[in-house]
Ligand binder design. Structure first.
Ligand code: ADP
Length: 191
């Protein structure tokens, strides 16, 4: 079982790239934000719980998030692994994922870090707000998501760098170029 973990700030393009990678790698995209939004739309208990955090740009508590991902990765389309997008986002999520993968006999194949400067990220998210109208793409929430990212998620870059699986990709390039560089990085790491 092979797992690819996409790292990057909100707006870095993880979702776009994960969707494109699915076919090339023949692995499903598992996006924590999409799973939460799906629950929200269907008004599940989990969705209701997640909403208050998402609206503020805060992280949903680790225990809830980890349980949701554990359940998702246990579904049969993940037999060969998955492309993780938006998870892990905290050190305890990363540690929980390591335990989960050990249990599943899986390994982290590569952790591409899609790097984009903050001013470019904010401009992209504001543009997405106009097009998609996502509830958490307003200026105040965007600022908070950036703060939360720098405080809670950015430390994971060093965590994966120390494990020797991190690959940096310049995310301020056309989508196709980023995709090519990702594929190259993942193929190299998979050898
Ligand atoms: P983005 O990467 O653009 O911020 P996502 O769609 O990945 O957006 O996530 C939207 C929101 O869902 C986050 O702001 C957070 O509230 C919640 N969320 C997503 N992934 C996680 C996670 N791994 N842990 C906790 N909360 C999460």
């Amino acid at each position: 079982m092979k797992y690819v973990i996409l790292m990057g700030a909100p707006g870095a393009g993880k979702g776009t790239q994960a969707r494109l990678l699915q076919e090339a790698l023949n692995l499903p995209q598992v996006a924590s934000g999409d799973l939460f939004r799906h629950n929200l739309k269907n008004q599940t208990e989990l969705g209701r719980l997640a909403q208050s955090y998402m609206d503020k740009g805060e992280l949903v508590p680790d225990d809830v998030t980890i349980a949701m991902i554990r359940e998702r990765l246990s579904i049969s389309d993940c037999v060969n692994g998955a492309i993780l997008d938006g998870f892990p986002r905290t050190l305890s999520q990363a540690v929980a994922l390591d335990a989960l993968l050990a249990e599943f006999n899986g390994r982290i194949c590569a952790v591409p870090f899609i790097r984009v400067e903050t001013d470019v990220l904010v401009a992209r998210l504001l543009k997405r707000a106009e097009i998609e109208g996502r509830a958490d793409d307003n200026e105040e929430t965007i600022q908070n998501r950036m703060t939360v990212y720098h405080r809670q998620t950015a430390p994971l870059i060093d965590y994966y760098r120390e494990k020797g699986v991190l690959v940096e990709i310049d995310g301020d390039q056309p989508i196709e170029q980023v995709q090519q560089e990702l594929l190259h990085a993942i193929e190299c790491a998979a050898e």
